[in-house]
Ligand binder design. Structure first.
Ligand code: ADP
Ligand code: MG
Length: 274
C-alpha cells in the first residue's frame, strides 16, 4: 500500500464510510452493473470512469439508493448524530426505511447532477436554492440564512448581487456552481457527482473542476464522481474504478491506473484508441 493511500485512512479509529460487496442493479433481466466491490474512505475522492453505456450512472444510482441493489450489499457508516442505529458502526442501506434515507439526503448526502436543472429549483432565487436545504433542517433565522447564502455564493464565485435572481438567468457554469453550493451548504459527508463538468465549455470545465477540488479538500468530503473524461479523474480523484459492460475491470490509485494500466481495456482507454 502506498503512502498516498494510507494517508487517507491513517487514523486507526476511522473505518470505511461505504463498503460495497458484490453489488449489482438489474434492468429487467439485464444487469446495468454487477459484482461491484470497493471501500470508500473518509476524505477520499473516487472516480468511476468508462465509456458511455458502461454502467457508471447505474452504479452511482445504486450506491446513492436511487436504484435498487439487486445483488450484494452496500454498507454505510452514518454520523454518530444521525439517529440511525448501526451495528458495528455501519448499516446495510437496504435495511433502512425511506424516512432514514430521506434523512441521509437532508443531512449527510449530496448529489450533483450533470444537468443543473435536475438539481436546482429553477423558479426560486439563487439565495433560496442555497437556503432551502438549511430550512429543511430547521433553520429559520432570516438574517443567518441570508448571511449563509451570501457566504456560499462568494465561495462558489457567484456575484452576491445575483442572490435574488433565479438560476434560469444564469450561465451554465454559474448554474453548476450554484448546484454545488446547494449540495454543500448543509455540510454533507458524502457527495455523489454524475458528470458534473460535462456539457460545459472547456475553460468553464477547468474552472469548475478547480473549484470542486478546493472545496472537497477544504471540507474533507468523501466524493464519488462519475466521468467519461480521464483528465477529470486525474485532476480530482485519489482512486479510480474503470467500468466496462457493467463490471469493474480495474481499480486502484488514480495515478497507477492511468500511468500503468494493467487491463488491456484500460490501456486502450488511456491511449484514447476507444
Ligand atoms: P453510463 O452512465 O456509463 O453511460 P448507464 O449506467 O447509463 O451507463 O447504462 C448502463 C447500461 O444499462 C446500458 O446498457 C444502458 O443501456 C442500460 N440502461 C441504463 N438505464 C436503463 C433503463 N432505465 N432501463 C433499461 N436499461 C438501462
Ligand atoms: Mg451516465
Amino acid at each position: 500500500m502506498s503512502l498516498h493511500s494510507m494517508s487517507l485512512h491513517s487514523d486507526a479509529d476511522e473505518s470505511a464510510l461505504l463498503t460495497v460487496e458484490g453489488a449489482g442493479h438489474r434492468y429487467g433481466q439485464q444487469f446495468g452493473c454487477q459484482d461491484v466491490s470497493f471501500d470508500l474512505w473518509p476524505g477520499e475522492v473516487l472516480a468511476i470512469v468508462g465509456e458511455s453505456g458502461s454502467g457508471k450512472s447505474t452504479l452511482l444510482g445504486m450506491l446513492s439508493q436511487r436504484l435498487t441493489t439487486d445483488e450484494g450489499t452496500i454498507r454505510y457508516r452514518p454520523a454518530d448524530s444521525s439517529g440511525i442505529t448501526a451495528t458495528a458502526g455501519a448499516v446495510d442501506l437496504a435495511s433502512l426505511s425511506e424516512r432514514d434515507i430521506r434523512r441521509l439526503w437532508r443531512t449527510e448526502w449530496g448529489f450533483v447532477h450533470q444537468n443543473a436543472a435536475d438539481g436546482l429549483r429553477m423558479h426560486i432565487s439563487a439565495g433560496g436554492n442555497i437556503c432551502e436545504p438549511l430550512m429543511a433542517n430547521g433553520a429559520r433565522h432570516y438574517g443567518q440564512l441570508r448571511a449563509q447564502a451570501e457566504h456560499w455564493l462568494e465561495r462558489v464565485e457567484i456575484p452576491s448581487h445575483r442572490i435574488d435572481d433565479t438560476p434560469a438567468t444564469f450561465s451554465g457554469g454559474m448554474r453548476q456552481r450554484l448546484q454545488i453550493a446547494r449540495n454543500l451548504v448543509f455540510a454533507p459527508r458524502l457527495v455523489f457527482m454524475d458528470e458534473p463538468t460535462s456539457g460545459l465549455d472547456v475553460s468553464v470545465q477547468a474552472r469548475l473542476l478547480d473549484l470542486i477540488r478546493s472545496l472537497v479538500a477544504d471540507l474533507g468530503l468523501s466524493v464519488i464522481i462519475v466521468t467519461h473524461d480521464l483528465a477529470v479523474a486525474r485532476l480530482i480523484s485519489h482512486r479510480t474504478l474503470v467500468m466496462k459492460d457493467g463490471v469493474v475491470i480495474e481499480s486502484g490509485l488514480t495515478d497507477r491506473v492511468l500511468d500503468d494500466p494493467q487491463a488491456a481495456y484500460t490501456q486502450l482507454l488511456v491511449s484514447s484508441i476507444l
